[in-house]
Ligand binder design. Structure first.
Ligand SMILES: NC(=O)C1=CN([C@@H]2O[C@H](COP(=O)(O)OP(=O)(O)OC[C@H]3O[C@@H](n4cnc5c(N)ncnc54)[C@H](OP(=O)(O)O)[C@@H]3O)[C@@H](O)[C@H]2O)C=CC1
Ligand SMILES: CC(C)(CO)C(=O)C(=O)O
Length: 304
């Protein structure tokens, strides 16, 4: 089975490696022509537990359009690039099943623009670092959870089973909302606070003052969404914080590296949900504006 992956970043390259291991054929569609050239020439290298594995990979620049050979399309760009990819997919009238793997939930509003009858959404619970355009490290073994957003297809079910069968845990859930909303809450609590305080995830648990703020944010954001068993979700937030205690969150790293963050799809989405119910969310609003301000500072607005 040929699988298109749009976005040759950390997650896209990780999935391409495991699709290759499962004896399927990934085709990576890159934003930059030079990345496609490098992948075709050098292949993809993945480190896991210090051991490197090489994969021969086909890659094409997305500007040339999809080849049309693929049975499934997976979108692994960051949330703020999803709209562009959706415009591309809808202009190309792609009717294959499409899976979106992003943190946050802001991108969901655009999915209705797609002509494909079958759409899936999912979350990634792996840790992966991209060292270069052709080299990644699979640093944290986790799982991928996917769920149908619009109509299931047999080929997609088969794809999930084939990936799972090689030990790359891939779980098909019935309902997308609980899957995405739990990850949203995890990211809403951990990412902005760690980016603001410039600390590793674990510091939110070990510093009592940070921990108090973590609880306060959790209490506020969970009121904005439909969530069953809130105390279980809190346990999950704490467990993930412990498991990733030595990691810097993706938002911390985005700010440190002068990149845009996914704040709009995380706290921006929660603020919009709260607004629908006339909720007052001062802490979330403060955090949202803090991260937006830090993004703007990078652009030279307020460096003093
Ligand atoms: N990394 C991780 O460990 C985890 C990431 N996630 C989530 O997964 C999603 C992807 O993250 P990640 O892989 O880390 O992000 P990266 O920034 O590493 O990768 C995104 C890739 O998308 C490419 N891209 C952007 N726009 C386009 C386009 N129009 N067409 C084709 N390619 C495009 C970028 O190209 P270019 O290189 O040219 O900029 C980049 O290679 C995010 O929502 C993230 O929050 C979730 C869990 C873990
Ligand atoms: C789970 C967590 C918080 C791990 O760092 C993450 O998903 C991120 O950093 O974006």
């Amino acid at each position: 089975m040929k699988v298109a992956i749009i976005g040759g970043g950390a997650v896209g390259l990780l999935i391409a490696a495991y699709i290759s291991k499962a004896k399927m054929e990934p085709i990576i569609y890159t934003r930059r022509e030079e990345q496609a050239l490098a992948l075709n020439e050098q292949g993809l290298k993945m480190y896991k537990n210090g051991i490197a594995e090489n994969f021969a990979i086909k890659a094409l620049p997305i500007s040339k359009g999809l080849s049309g050979e693929e049975e499934i399309v997976i979108v692994t760009v960051k949330q703020y690039d999803v709209k562009k990819v959706i415009d591309f997919l809808s202009n190309s009238q792609i009717t294959k099943p499409i899976l979106f793997l992003q943190n946050g939930m802001g991108h969901l509003t655009y999915l209705s623009e797609l002509s494909s009858p079958s759409i899936y959404v999912g979350i990634v619970e792996h840790g992966v670092l991209r060292y270069s355009d052709t080299c990644i490290a699979h640093t944290g073994e986790g799982q991928i959870k996917v769920a149908p957003f619009k109509e299931k297809t047999a080929s997609f079910d088969r794809f999930v089973k084939e990936l799972d069968a090689i030990g790359f845990r891939t779980i098909m859930e019935e309902n997308w909302y609980p899957v995405l909303v739990k990850k949203l809450i995890v990211n809403a609590v951990i990412n902005p606070l760690t980016a603001l305080y410039k600390v590793k995830n674990g510091a939110l648990l070990t510093n009592q003052s940070f921990y108090n703020n973590m609880i306060a944010i959790f209490q506020e954001v969970t009121c904005a969404v439909e969530l069953k068993d809130v105390s279980k979700v809190w346990d999950e937030v704490v467990a993930i914080c412990k498991k990733t205690s030595e990691n810097f969150s993706s938002m911390y790293k985005d700010i440190e590296n002068n990149r845009p963050t996914e704040i709009d799809s995380i706290l921006g989405y929660l603020l919009a949900e709260g607004k629908k119910n006339s909720m007052n969310m001062p802490l979330t609003s403060f955090l949202y504006n803090s991260i937006k301000g830090m993004e703007n500072k990078r652009e030279g607005e307020g460096n003093g």
